[in-house]
Design a protein. Structure first.
Length: 467
């Protein structure tokens, strides 16, 4: 049961809050002064504080400042009988989640409290505990308590329960899909499907069928009717990643779904209705694409109802320590290691680095270091660190080489290109990983980030005559 501390110098107000919030399953404790509130919050931190601004012994704003200084992640709602911009601005500057004006509507109060509790859950720091038994596959979560991340948690709490379309913008590797999943997990659609679609990873000729489905005989190879993502996701949430790469030919069809919820399968005439909430993400500047005629302006405004800018890691370096703890905790379980932390020198290099690959790059470096580390402390020399950080620069060269190879394949006149390309790439990747690790299947699986059973499946049957 979530605990709420209500602070007001009027006993009647405290009683009213206790009665209203108690009916909705909250455990309510009260304080009649700012000093009493600080003592109770320090002794046993509540999940939420509702704090009156005007109190005789200690002004509510000063009490807020002291509470946040003691516990920066504490979620606080201010209440006042006087709705003045100065007080509201000061309250938000000191770290209040929001404020309400007396007298308030009970339904409005409960809605705000629910959202504040939700935001507080997401902003709680991840501790590195020896006895934490959370399975490794269940630990993907947003990590951070910097000011910019706390603002994002608040916005998630504000938009999650609505069906508003959300556009997530930010560089590659910042965690946009985690934000999308957090919105979904706290929405009214949480018991319905969540389907991610990467618009850049699926060829244009297949993307329309992937999203909207097709009828039998719609095109060569369409041997049966296919149900698309919009039908599969009816009542749920679809995450359109890299939406800036969606071809113009499909943008009009997506726009229609957003406008009236109707679409047709490829090659079909039946008008199908689907109720899907869209969360889109892009690392591109859509306004620039609009000005160049590469993205529809009407679709841009349909997607950009709520905009959440996910910051690069270099703008939230206060979260680096917490992210390191999180990744070490996660991969200790996955790799069967007992890594305790990283050296002070390595931490200094991490904090001073500009992280062009963002959180994903930090995650990759920690993972690789934990596989190769011989002790229980991760430590890089200056030379090793320089080599690691150059891996990101090599990524762009690798991407260019892959892009050239894909272009040749697409212009080769082959049929069934997608299946052949995936099969060829998987085979090469597995063979090279085994060569690099001296045919050690366990190490190769760890290097690829897959299980040993999956690796064996990808290896195929042994060659005839092999021992």
């Amino acid at each position: 049961m979530k605990r709420i501390l209500v602070v007001d110098d009027e006993k009647g107000v405290c009683y009213s809050f206790k009665k209203i919030l108690g009916r909705h399953g909250y455990d309510v404790i009260t304080a009649l002064s700012g000093m009493e509130a600080i003592e109770k919050a320090v002794e046993d931190p509540p999940d939420l504080v509702i704090l009156d601004i005007s109190m005789p012994d200690l002004d509510g704003l000063e009490a807020l400042r002291r509470l946040k200084a003691t516990n920066p992640c504490l979620t606080v709602i201010m209440m006042t009988a006087y709705n003045t911009p100065e007080r509201a601005i000061t309250a938000m500057k000191y770290g209040a989640y929001d404020y309400i004006t007396k007298p308030f509507d009970n339904d409005q109060l409960i809605s705000l409290v629910n959202k504040a509790i939700m935001a507080g859950n997401m902003s709680s720091p991840v501790a590195l505990k020896e006895d934490d038994d959370t399975p490794a596959q269940d630990v993907d979560r947003i990590v951070g308590k910097s000011r910019v991340m706390l603002d994002i948690y608040k916005k998630i709490g504000q938009v999650a329960e609505s069906d508003a379309t959300v556009l997530l913008t930010g560089e590659t590797g910042t965690g946009k899909e985690l934000i999308a999943r957090a919105i979904y997990q706290h929405s009214r659609r949480v018991n319905k499907p969540f389907l991610p679609v990467n618009c850049a990873a699926i060829p244009e000729t297949l993307l329309e069928s992937e999203l909207f489905g097709h009828e039998k005989g719609a095109f060569t190879g369409a041997n049966a009717r296919r149900i698309g993502k919009f039908e599969q996701c009816n009542g749920g949430t679809m995450f359109l990643d890299e939406v800036g790469d969606m071809p113009l030919s499909l943008q009009a069809k997506l726009l229609r779904v957003l406008q009236d919820g109707h679409f047709q399968r490829v090659g079909g005439s039946e008008l199908i209705k689907s109720d899907v909430r869209i969360i889109a993400a892009t690392n591109k500047d859509l306004e620039t694409l609009v000005s160049k005629g590469r993205f529809r302006e009407d679709l841009y405004w349909r997607l950009n109802v709520i905009n959440i800018k996910v910051p690069p890691l270099r703008e939230r370096k206060d979260d680096i320590d917490l992210l390191i703890q999180y990744f070490i905790q996660r991969y200790n379980k996955e790799l069967g290691r007992e890594i305790k932390g990283i050296s002070k020198e390595t931490l200094r290099m991490f904090r001073n680095y500009h992280w062009p690959g963002n959180v994903r790059q930090l995650q990759s470096i920690i993972y690789r270091a934990m596989i190769l580390s011989k002790g229980d402390i991760i430590s890089f020399s200056e030379a090793e660190w320089l080599a690691q950080t150059r891996l990101k620069e090599k990524d762009s060269d690798i991407e260019k080489e892959l892009s050239d190879a894909i272009s040749k394949l697409l212009h080769s006149g082959e049929v069934d290109i997608y299946r052949k390309a995936v099969s060829m790439f998987e085979g090469l990747l597995v063979r090279k990983a085994l060569e690099l690790t001296g045919n050690n299947q366990a190490m190769a699986a760890r290097l690829l980030g897959i299980s040993r059973n999956t690796l064996r499946d990808k290896m195929g049957p042994p060659e005839e005559g092999a021992q």
